[in-house]
Ligand binder design. Sequence first.
Ligand SMILES: [Zn+2]
Length: 288
Amino acid sequence: MASILIKAIIENAFTVSAVESKDLVNKAIKLHQLSPVAAIALGRALTMSALMGKDLKNEDDYLTCVIDGGGPLGKITVCADGKGNVKGSVSNPVVEATFNKHGQINVGEAVGKNGKMTVIKDIGLKAPYVGTAQLITGEIASDFAYYFATSEQQPCGVTLGVGLDNNACKSAGGVFVQVLPNCPEDLLFRLETIMYAMDEMSYQFDGSTAKQVIERFFGEFNVVFTEEAPVKYKCNCSKRRIDRVILGLGKKEADSIVQELGQIEVCCEFCKKRYVYDQQAVDKLFSK
Ligand SMILES: [Zn+2]
């Protein structure tokens, strides 16, 4: 089952995006050999990046979110474009989990909350848009909600869930509610109650599509589905991009690395693809 993202407008007062993201998370687990807590943290962030990517206006627009909470996982980076492609990485993918008093994996502790979230949106303008917010829990969903409320002045609700079974993702998904300026007060109150009830998000997506999850929680309202699109884990690295990195080193530095190590090897942090340059390839690149 491919991951599908659904968008709806409800009562003309708020929008809801939902995505079923099990495949995305499993691809990340495989690529990065993620420990359970790393899988949950990166999986939640990847799910959110898919939801945010859908709001980019153009297919070539690009967003990057960096969550740097000072915890043992280090930096979590996720990226999305407007075409439904997402990718991500985490500095320390093998961190062991600690558990809270309910026996659940303590994601907030692994991410940390002594730090910030940075969102960079490249939307074809001269300079990218950059927004930041403090992390408040390290649990990812509430940190994104806080980011939107403070940095983008966008009231919203975010809920994200990743459920694991023996180091594989069993079910995952997320719901992103954005309140429109004309949303009446009483509706806002009902919305808060619904968001509060959206607990254990991974169970909600276990065997359910994104559309079914929206219908389950918002069925009492007038729901108009506006978009349905596939999302996938796909890296946009290329030989050309890596060429530019090597050129950035300068010929002297590139030559000295080849002399010392026999070749220059670059491994993409997002898809683990290896790019190798021997002396001949370096000479050719710099002669262009
Ligand atoms: Zn790559």
